[in-house]
Ligand binder design. Structure first.
Ligand code: ATP
Ligand code: MG
Length: 245
């Protein structure tokens, strides 16, 4: 039985609405220090909505959300970010008229070391260029002149400049070349080894299986399946039913 008291992020009964339309119907999930949880499910299942609701980007929401022991169920996005929850949205948002290095500088925040998150890496552009060699090779390139996958990497790297304890990552492999997907997976494993928790919204089971410890599958805004990633990958009935593979 998984203990929940040591969860970095503990979500109970999360509900969210866009206008009158209820999208999330009570999502429960937990992510621990150094754990990668894949949030899977088909188009429109509610993955992005879950991440947005956790970040405080959806006004109409309810449920209990605790991050590092604090109640963030009613917090504004800047408050959630300041506590150390990083967010990489599905639509990449780099500054196209800034260079790679300048984009990273924009994301810089003071290091934080909350006692309950343990020792975490303090990121610098130099360390991030080691983590993402591709970015290191193009540090003076303008954002506008990067491929979609490189922009995706830069978005993650810029989020890391804020020294988050945990990252919400929305479909990082979507539309990205295999070589970049591979580097992204390496970067996630490296973050994990530093104790950073990751909630990864993903449809690509091959990518999810490379990096994830556990999986929650959403269907119509509800968690329908929750298991270790190994169990899910081995369960053809489940992968077919939930992902249509
Ligand atoms: P995908 O894999 O395509 O990114 P997803 O699992 O992230 O899908 P969401 O983007 O969370 O799915 O969408 C869940 C539901 O909410 C869908 O029915 C979608 O049409 C609806 N929805 C998403 N954004 C909005 C919005 N801004 N206003 C109204 N409805 C929305
Ligand atoms: Mg989405």
């Amino acid at each position: 039985m998984e203990r929940h008291d040591d969860a970095m992020l503990d979500v109970r009964g999360l509900r969210a609405w866009y206008g009158a339309a209820q999208i999330l119907h009570g999502v429960d999930l937990q992510v621990r220090r150094g754990q990668v949880l894949a949030l899977m499910g088909r188009n429109g299942a509610g993955k992005s909505t879950t991440l947005k609701a956790l970040m405080g980007l959806i006004d109409k929401r309810s449920g209990a959300v605790s991050f590092l022991g604090r109640d963030i169920s009613r917090s504004a996005p800047h408050e959630v970010a300041r506590l150390g929850l990083g967010y990489v949205p599905q639509d990449r948002r780099i500054f196209s008229d800034l260079t790679v290095l300048e984009n990273l500088e924009v994301g810089r925040q003071n290091p934080r070391q909350p006692s309950d998150a343990g020792a975490l890496p303090v990121w610098t552009p130099q360390k991030l260029f080691e983590l993402f060699p591709n970015l290191g090779a193009m540090r003076d390139r303008l954002g506008a002149r990067m491929s979609g996958g490189e922009q995706q990497m830069l978005t993650l790297a810029r989020t890391l400049m804020g020294n988050p304890c945990m990252v919400l990552l929305d479909e990082p492999s979507e539309g990205v070349a295999p070589i970049i997907v591979e580097q992204m997976a390496q970067a996630i494993l490296e973050l994990k080894s530093h104790g950073v928790g990751i909630l990864l919204s993903e449809q690509n089971i091959f990518f999810a299986a490379l990096v994830s410890d556990r999986v929650c599958v959403l269907e119509k805004g509800e968690v329908r399946y929750n298991a270790t990633m190994d169990e899910f990958v081995a369960n053809q009935e489940a992968t077919k039913a939930y992902l249509g593979m």
